[in-house]
Design a protein. Sequence first.
Length: 250
Amino acid sequence: MRVLGQVFGLGWSQLNLNVLTGAPYPTSDEKAGFPLMHALDSISCVPISLCYPSADQPKMDDRAALSRLYPVTPANLAQFPGKQILAANTVRIHGSARFSDQSGNPTQPMQGVNVVARWIDPITHQPSGRNAASSVSGFLFCGKAGNPITGYTDIFGEPYNRFGSNNTFVEGFFDLPGLEFPTGTGGQYQLSVESLDPNWSQLVGPYAPWQVQPSGTSAPIIINVNKGDDIQHDISHERQRYRDGRSRGE
């Protein structure tokens, strides 16, 4: 199933990575939302059904990614009897992850952080582990570009930056379409940011196979949503500072 996912154009995901790391210990809800398209497995997970429920079924993270690539639209709805128009029955949240200056204003885009959207359960008021999706910032931007030490081409003479755009507009861009509504036609989603794990997520995102630690932190954001919404919301990171007051990267 994961090979088929790659054929369809899906990348790898690290949503609910604590299902693998055990930190914190995963809930049954997080296991139920663990994406089919996760990059690595423990050697004890043979067969894979020993470790994950419904291991061969796409979870919401997988479905959202598939829907982004192959949306049902008014133009093609007649080809898919029984289906619904994606944009009218889900919500899309997109924006840019950016550093912030000393006044809290957004500045330079930040590439390579995992942006996660989680449905807020209207009864428990807690973010869901099952109904969630993720997007890596800057996934459309070129990753490894090389430098004077490593060179700018690989051993075959191909430029490192041949994949992805050099348009700085997409450097920190994240996109979360196809977010589902487990109940009702409206509610809330929590938007949060996390670093990509260098051990279990080497294949995820534009910096693969090696990950970088984000130079900043961001508090979770609650967004009110309704079916059909297309919401633009940027995320600002507060730069981490050394003891002398300088920001990382300055």
